[in-house]
Design a protein around this ligand. Structure first.
Ligand code: HEC
Ligand code: HEC
Ligand code: HEC
Ligand code: HEC
Ligand code: HEC
Length: 212
C-alpha cells in the first residue's frame, strides 16, 4: 500500500533539496548568529596568562589607565604590552610558573596572544575617548571589571544597546575624575541631567555617527 499519492513522486527531489537547504541554513545561523563572539553577554574566553583584574584592579587598586593608557585619547583602549607587566613582575613573583609565558615573550619581543573579549563588527565605528571624556565611566559598559578573575562581556553591545543610551545618557554620567571608579554612585537623582546640561552632552543618533 502506498501512503503517499503518486503525484508526490514528482516533488520528492524538491523536498530533498528543501531539507538540505534547511540544514545549511540552520548551520549558518548557528555558526554566525549564535557564536557569542560579538554580541552576547557573558562571553568569557580563556586567556593565555591567568591575569586577574580582581587582583590587579580590585585588591591592588591599580587604575585602569595605567594599563589601558590610550582610553582617554583615542578610539581604542589599548591592551598593555608585556613591558607594563614587567614594571612590577621583574621583581614581584619573578619565578612564578603562571608568568612563564610573560618572561618568554619579554625575551623574544613577541606580543602576548591575549584573546579579544569585546569585538564589534567592522561596519560599526566606536570611540572610547568620545565617551570617557564626556562622563561615561568604564563600569557602564564593562560592568564590575574589578571583581572579575577572568574578563567577560557584561553588556549585549548590539545597536539597540547603543541607541538606548544615546537617547538618554543621564543615568550613566559621572564627574570626569570618577571615570575609572567602579564603585561610584550619583549623589542625587538629578546629578546626570544637571551634568548633561552643564556640559552640553547630547549624543548623536544619526546613522552616520556609528556607520561611516
Ligand atoms: C595591570 C594591568 C591592567 C589593569 C590595571 C587593568 N587592566 Fe584591563 N586588561 C589588561 C590585560 C592584560 C587585558 C587582556 C587580558 C584579559 O582580557 O584579561 C585586559 C582586558 C580588559 C578588557 C577586555 C578587553 C577585550 O579583549 O575586549 C576590559 C574591558 C578591561 N580590561 C577593562 C579594564 C578596566 C575597566 C580596568 C580598571 C577597573 C582595567 N581593565 C584595569 C590589563 C589591565
Ligand atoms: C603595579 C604592579 C603590577 C603590575 C603592573 C602587574 N602586576 Fe601582576 N601582580 C602584582 C602583585 C603585587 C601580585 C601578587 C599579589 C599577591 O598575591 O600578593 C601580582 C600577581 C600576578 C599573578 C599571579 C602570580 C602567581 O604566581 O600567583 C599573575 C599571573 C600576574 N600578576 C600577571 C600580570 C600581568 C600579565 C601583568 C601585565 C598585564 C601584570 N601582572 C601587571 C603586581 C603587578
Ligand atoms: C560607552 C561604552 C564603553 C565605555 C564607557 C568604555 N568601553 Fe571599553 N569597550 C566598549 C566597546 C563597545 C568595546 C569593543 C570595541 C570594538 O570592538 O571596536 C570596548 C573595548 C574595550 C577594550 C578592548 C580594546 C579595544 O579598544 O577594543 C578595552 C581594553 C576596554 N574597552 C577598556 C575600557 C576602559 C578601561 C574603560 C574606561 C576608562 C572603557 N573601556 C570604557 C565600550 C565601552
Ligand atoms: C552608557 C551610555 C552610552 C552607550 C552604551 C553608548 N554611548 Fe556612544 N556616546 C554616549 C555619550 C554620552 C556620548 C557623548 C555625547 C556628547 O559628547 O555630547 C557618546 C558619543 C558617541 C560617539 C561620538 C559621536 C560624535 O559625534 O563624535 C560615537 C561614535 C558613539 N558614541 C558610538 C557608540 C556606539 C557604536 C555604541 C555602542 C557600541 C555606543 N556609542 C554606546 C553614550 C553612550
Ligand atoms: C549609537 C550607534 C549606532 C547608531 C546611531 C546606529 N547604529 Fe546601526 N548598528 C550599531 C551597532 C553597534 C551595530 C552592530 C550590532 C549587530 O551586529 O547586531 C549596528 C548594526 C546595524 C545594521 C546591521 C543589522 C543589524 O541590526 O545587526 C544595520 C543595517 C544598521 N545598523 C543600520 C543603521 C541605521 C539605518 C541607522 C540610522 C537610523 C543606524 N544603524 C544607527 C550602532 C549604531
Amino acid at each position: 500500500m502506498n501512503i503517499f499519492p503518486a503525484w508526490t513522486n514528482t516533488i520528492r527531489p524538491h523536498l530533498v533539496l528543501g531539507a538540505l537547504g534547511a540544514i545549511v541554513y540552520v548551520t549558518v545561523v548557528i555558526t554566525y548568529g549564535w557564536t557569542p563572539k560579538t554580541l552576547y553577554r557573558g562571553y568569557q574566553p580563556e586567556q593565555p596568562i591567568p591575569f586577574s583584574h580582581k587582583l590587579h584592579a580590585g585588591d591592588l587598586a591599580i587604575d585602569c589607565r595605567y594599563c589601558h593608557s590610550t582610553v582617554e585619547v583615542s578610539a581604542e583602549a589599548a591592551i598593555p604590552p608585556s613591558s607594563t607587566c614587567m614594571n612590577c613582575h621583574a621583581r614581584i613573583f619573578p619565578e612564578s610558573p603562571k608568568l612563564e609565558l610573560l618572561r618568554e615573550v619579554t625575551l623574544s619581543g613577541e606580543a602576548i596572544p591575549w584573546v579579544r573579549v569585546h569585538d564589534l563588527p567592522d561596519f560599526v565605528y566606536f570611540d572610547h575617548s568620545a565617551h570617557v571624556r564626556r562622563g561615561v565611566g568604564c563600569v557602564s559598559c564593562h560592568g564590575r571589571i574589578d571583581t572579575m578573575e577572568v574578563v567577560y562581556q557584561h553588556e549585549p553591545l548590539g545597536m539597540s544597546w547603543c541607541i538606548t543610551c544615546h537617547r538618554d545618557p543621564t543615568p550613566h554620567l559621572r564627574p570626569l575624575d570618577k571615570i575609572t571608579d567602579m564603585a561610584w554612585t550619583a549623589p542625587s537623582a538629578e546629578f546626570g541631567a544637571e551634568f548633561a546640561r552643564a556640559n552640553g552632552i547630547k549624543p548623536n543618533q544619526n546613522c552616520s555617527t556609528c556607520h561611516r
